[in-house]
Design a protein around this ligand. Structure first.
Ligand code: FAD
Ligand code: N01
Length: 549
């Protein structure tokens, strides 16, 4: 059955929220299974991340040949990436091409935000309500809302008093922003701020970068992809993807060394130089224990600190840019696409250390810190996202027997495998909390989640099951395992968005699964081989939630 256009309640087999990498592939797989699907997407087009993040310099830092879908030979054969790390318009064009090729647009309602989803215990269906007053019922409710899609804007005093222009990088205007000759301020030095800074410096009359925490940026070493290189990738495509699927980060790179222990200083330096020259995430593959071993990490961090000092002429500015309070990799490693550190050598660029002198308020003319006033015409928030749970919890989700997701997750998210939540039958969360998601090259993880969900629904169809729900004990175990693994690594040594630390009052828990893409995939496969261990299935609602596990 398809949704009726009258605004009345209608029934579909599945509602999918979001039309980025996840929602597009999910709706394709469901349609292949013969299900009727309704996709809701806030934006006026497909693309997700790549629709919204149009700021100057936006590009991926996964390499293009693996930052894409692998499931369709036709898409793969028809598409040619231009660069090692393509820019936002090219990635958006790719996702548009994929949506058109798979003929997915007809089932998507654009410019429609899902506001709530309520499980009706009598009917055994989800009722999904949108911001345009529409109401749809469905058997399955599938979230593809993205881990990094709910922008975070700090609540600075007097922001509305500012008489200039304010932008967030993840809500960048379609027609761009005129920055030429302007006095611009950028707040934030995460991956986004670091990509943005050199680009804005090229255009602005004066640029002030407000930095709270310095970061370790490694050169991305972007370049065009040559024809012969692309031909070789295509010739070995299946092998490359198989390596990515059974890897640590969803990237087909080998670790160069297990550890620094037993190596001479010169050997270590040479290995790090090789990683530095290779660039991007290949650098992180220099030593396997970088995120586990304090000694190795300190060597790697110190190498990067020296590299920063070499690039910045003024020693005082250099020291402000050198991270000392957190180990490399404990925050998401950013990439440098074009002289980030060298930008601070330019006459018209100022670094404002807002850890030392915090921002106190906005004024009509700019930003006041505890030390100085900065006159600005344009302020760009590169302040990131309410990550992992922000977009999910922006919807009011109520499961069976009055389980409300926001209340259940007051102390932090709790899922089984990042795929489902106990108390919420037939809800699936693509790249949900406690899955590898943001700790991986995401298309690899997205395809794995979508395939797992689609295969599970196919299994339900073949067995005559109407409902699936994780067991509480299984979710409990999975969350403990995720936390245990995170505690064995260096993640707890940084105030990062991985731990919800960037958003005031958010629970401080580590949200992604840090055990690696391969380990996670094998666990998901093992769960299926053991008859979907940890999940309950039922033909009617009665038995759900009663399993003693
Ligand atoms: P998204 O692309 O975030 O799509 C989610 C969609 O859901 C959005 O379109 C949103 O509008 C919609 N939505 C949300 N809530 C609702 C609602 N209530 N109702 C209706 N619609 C809703 N990952 C990598 O692996 N490698 C990279 O190099 C990389 N680069 C990145 C660069 C930037 C600037 C950012 C922000 C992220 C990057 N990521 C990268 C992560 C990126 O988010 C994922 O790779 C991927 O695009 C996620 O796809 P998705 O479909 O799961 O989510
Ligand atoms: O966001 P972030 P992002 N006062 O949260 C600062 C992906 N991504 O958009 O570190 C002052 O990392 C905050 O300071 P601090 C990638 O996964 C990928 O940059 O909290 N400053 C920080 O510097 C990435 O990790 C790519 O002390 C404040 C910055 O704002 C994720 O998206 C490109 C502040 C936010 O950094 C998010 O990256 C871009 C305050 N009150 C993004 N509040 C590529 O692939 C926050 N900050 C290339």
């Amino acid at each position: 059955m398809t949704r009726d256009d009258t605004g009345g309640t209608a029934a579909v087999d599945a509602v999918v929220v979001g039309a980025g990498f996840s929602g597009l592939y999910m709706s394709h797989r469901l349609r292949e299974l013969g299900l009727s699907v309704q996709v809701f997407e806030k934006a006026p087009d497909v693309g997700g991340t790549w629709y919204w993040n149009r700021y100057p310099g936006a590009r991926c830092d996964s390499e293009s040949h693996i930052y894409c879908y692998s499931f369709s030979e036709e898409i793969r054969d028809e598409w040619v990436w231009s660069e090692r790390y393509p820019e936002q318009p090219e990635i958006l064009e790719y996702l548009r091409f994929a949506a058109d090729h798979l003929d997915l647009r007809e089932q998507i309602s654009f410019e429609t935000a899902v506001e709530s989803a309520t499980f009706d215990g009598d009917a055994g269906t989800w009722t999904v309500e949108t911001d345009d007053g529409e109401s749809v019922t469905s058997q399955f409710f599938i979230s593809a809302v993205g881990c990094l899609s709910e922008p975070y804007i700090p609540d600075f005093d007097n922001r509305s008093a500012f008489e200039g222009e304010i932008y967030h990088t993840a809500r960048w205007p379609q027609d761009g922003v005129d920055l030429d000759g302007k006095r611009v301020g950028i707040i934030g030095t995460g991956s986004t701020g670091i990509q943005l800074t050199p680009e804005v410096a090229d255009r602005a009359g004066h640029l002030t970068v407000f930095q709270r925490t310095p970061n370790y940026a490694v050169p991305a070493r972007n370049r065009p992809l040559e024809d012969d290189e692309w031909a070789e990738i295509k010739a070995n495509y299946d092998e490359i993807w198989e390596d990515a699927r059974f890897s640590w980060l969803g990237m087909p790179f080998e670790m160069t060394h297990a550890t620094t222990a037993g190596m001479s200083d010169e050997e270590i330096r040479d290995a790090l130089e090789d990683g530095w020259q290779a660039g991007g995430f290949r650098f992180l593959h220099t030593f396997e224990d970088t995120l586990f071993n304090d000694d190795t990490n300190e060597i790697v961090s110190e190498f990067l600190r020296e590299k920063i000092r070499e690039q910045v002429e003024d020693p005082e500015t250099a020291e402000k840019l050198v991270p000392t309070a957190h180990p490399y990799g404990s925050k998401r490693p950013p990439m440098d696409y074009g002289g980030y550190y060298e930008t601070f050598n330019r006459e018209h660029v100022t670094l404002a250390d807002v850890a030392e002198n915090p921002i106190t308020e906005f004024t009509p003319e700019g930003i006041q810190t505890t030390a100085d006033h900065y006159d600005l015409g344009t302020v760009i928030f590169a302040t990131g996202f309410d990550a992992m749970t922000g977009a999910l919890l922006a919807m009011d989700i109520e499961g069976r027997d009055g389980h409300v997701l926001e209340e259940e997750w007051e102390g932090g998210p709790r899922t089984y495998l990042g795929l489902g939540v106990d108390g919420f039958p037939n809800l699936f969360t693509i790249t949900g909390p406690q899955s590898p998601s943001v700790l991986s090259n995401m298309p690899v993880s997205i395809e794995q989640h979508v395939d797992w969900i689609a295969d599970c629904i196919e299994y339900m169809q073949s067995e005559g099951y109407e409902y699936i729900e994780p067991q509480s004990a299984a979710a409990e175990r999975w969350v403990s395992q995720t936390n245990m693994l995170a505690n064995e690594m260096l993640f707890s040594e940084a105030e990062s968005w991985y731990r919800g630390a960037n958003v005031p009052d958010k629970p401080r828990v580590f949200t992604p699964f840090p055990g690696g893409v391969e380990t996670y995939r094998r666990e998901c496969e093992r769960v299926v081989e053991n008859g979907y261990e940890g999940f309950d299935f039922a033909e009617s609602l009665g038995p759900l939630g009663t399993s003693a596990d």
